[in-house]
Design a protein around this ligand. Sequence first.
Ligand code: HEC
Ligand code: HEC
Ligand code: HEC
Ligand code: HEC
Length: 128
Amino acid sequence: MKKSKVALYIAIAGLSSLFIIGAVYAQDDIKSLKHDIFVERERPAALFPHALHTDKAEIDCLKCHHIYKDGENVWDESEESDCTACHSLKADDKKLPAMRAFHANCKECHAKEDKGPLTCGECHPRKK
Ligand code: HEC
Ligand code: HEC
Ligand code: HEC
Ligand code: HEC
């Protein structure tokens, strides 16, 4: 009887610390995607909650990250994750220019899934 009570308290303590970590994590997660290549910005940098996409919405890394070899996406965590490393300000070769690469990636999925923002101001909120 006593033993199981102790176990219960440990379980509750464990759970509540998970909630605390969860809250801090969620706050840290809202990240602004500011890139140096956009020298004269027209909009405030877009917000992108990364963990919301990977953990809550459980979207596969390869839906957004890619490195193509022989037409196949061979990206893994050790590879380049900065989109602007390959997508420059202007289109080059087969690659979309950076703004269109971001917009195509983000908006196409939000439209298709009918989830996530689609208007300029939701992704590029003015600072409060
Ligand atoms: C919905 C799209 C999307 C998904 C899904 C996604 N990522 Fe990302 N990830 C991004 C974007 C956008 C950036 C920022 C890139 C930039 O700044 O150019 C990024 C940045 C990163 C970075 C750089 C470090 C950082 O946080 O700034 C790492 C590492 C990374 N992602 C790993 C992953 C892994 C591992 C997965 C799968 C578990 C994953 N990503 C899934 C879009 C995504
Ligand atoms: C290692 C270089 C590289 C990185 C890093 C990279 N891309 Fe690309 N991306 C390419 C190339 C090359 C293509 C053209 C593929 C083709 O059509 O053969 C492409 C194509 C695209 C396309 C067109 C549709 C598709 O998937 O083929 C979108 C959208 C896109 N990239 C968005 C992104 C985003 C968003 C990121 C960052 C999360 C990113 N890219 C990071 C090289 C890269
Ligand atoms: C493959 C699909 C997919 C891609 C790609 C994607 N998103 Fe999303 N996004 C979602 C889904 C699904 C949700 C809703 C998640 C939820 O609340 O469960 C979402 C929600 C959001 C939200 C709302 C967060 C909130 O607090 O409600 C923002 C902001 C967002 N996405 C930004 C972006 C940006 C910026 C990009 C491109 C860098 C992007 N997304 C790419 C699927 C995607
Ligand atoms: C789903 C999210 C999303 C929506 C909706 C969206 N954008 Fe973006 N936009 C991005 C991301 C991500 C980037 C690349 C990161 C950054 O620089 O903000 C970007 C970059 C840009 C840039 C290049 C940087 C700059 O400020 O010069 C412009 C311009 C821009 N967006 C304008 C718009 C306009 C206008 C709309 C509405 C018609 C819009 N965006 C809607 C996510 C979005």
